[in-house]
Design a protein around this ligand. Sequence first.
Ligand SMILES: C[S@@+](CC[C@H](N)C(=O)[O-])C[C@H]1O[C@@H](n2cnc3c(N)ncnc32)[C@H](O)[C@@H]1O
Length: 308
Amino acid sequence: MEGYHQSVLVREVLELLRAEEARLVYDVTAGDGGHMEAFLQVMPSAGRVSGIDRDPQALQRLRQRLASYADRIQVVRGNFRDLQTLLAQSDQGHVDAILADLGISTLQITVPEKGFMFSADGPLAMQMDPQSGLSAETVVNEFDEGQLGEIFRTLGEERAWRRIARAVVRARSRGRIIRTGQLADIIRAAVPGPHTIKSCARVFQSLRIFVNDELRNLELFLPQALSALRPGGRLGVISFHSLEDRIVKEFIRNEADPCTCPPKLPFCVCGAVARLRPVGRLVVPSAAEVAANPSARSARLRVAEKIV
Ligand SMILES: C[S@@+](CC[C@H](N)C(=O)[O-])C[C@H]1O[C@@H](n2cnc3c(N)ncnc32)[C@H](O)[C@@H]1O
């Protein structure tokens, strides 16, 4: 099948998650299965990969792509925030590597019906899981101006958040906003000029993160991933947004240095035990990767190893 999502930082992921030695891997954002396939190609032949995704369409494509590995993969539909319940009980505490490659895939961005695009008209949906309750349409039409501004400011880091929120509220008083094209026109009119495309991208991103509860999902997932790993197992998270990266960085830092003793004490008395150790520094794509795949440009990979 043509047009698969182009996986990012593949070589770095395989190396830092020690794919060649791994027998059991969880890819909790399976998407188009690119990282899964790369793992399967280098893992020992008895190695297994379990893939999780919220999007049923993604899993359908993935099953076709990885049909030749059918006896070594397991595919589960679900949200990684429920990792513990999605995980086979026998896998708990035995997983060698867990990968989360956050955000959305090319498939999701390029299908107008999913409503992620500002450049093509579609329903104002934006749910990765079409059965999850809240749509972008509900947010845009039913949240008050202050709440909308907060979403655009914090999750989109959009400077014209106030002006755009006001324009949305004014526009919806004339009729419900139900299409991505309508919302994009409102943003373009509110922020004309050279920044208009960036503003559209930031507002759409902020709504997507909000609708899918992406930051909370990540916060709930990280401790469960740590429990699922075996000692010596590794966790890798690729993020595309500074708020996501901050959550990952702080989680690793707190688990690597959990001591809560006052700094003046000569030694630790709180008894907190480090459970993770960071592996290397923040990894970003090479210039060659960004040139070949511009959507990789904001990818950030952090890896940590479970101690206990
Ligand atoms: C960037 S794509 C992953 C691409 C994949 N690594 C590949 O190489 O083809 C992110 C995927 O994660 C899924 N996703 C995002 N948040 C999720 C969540 N909380 N639980 C499960 N899947 C999620 C999206 O539906 C999307 O398919």
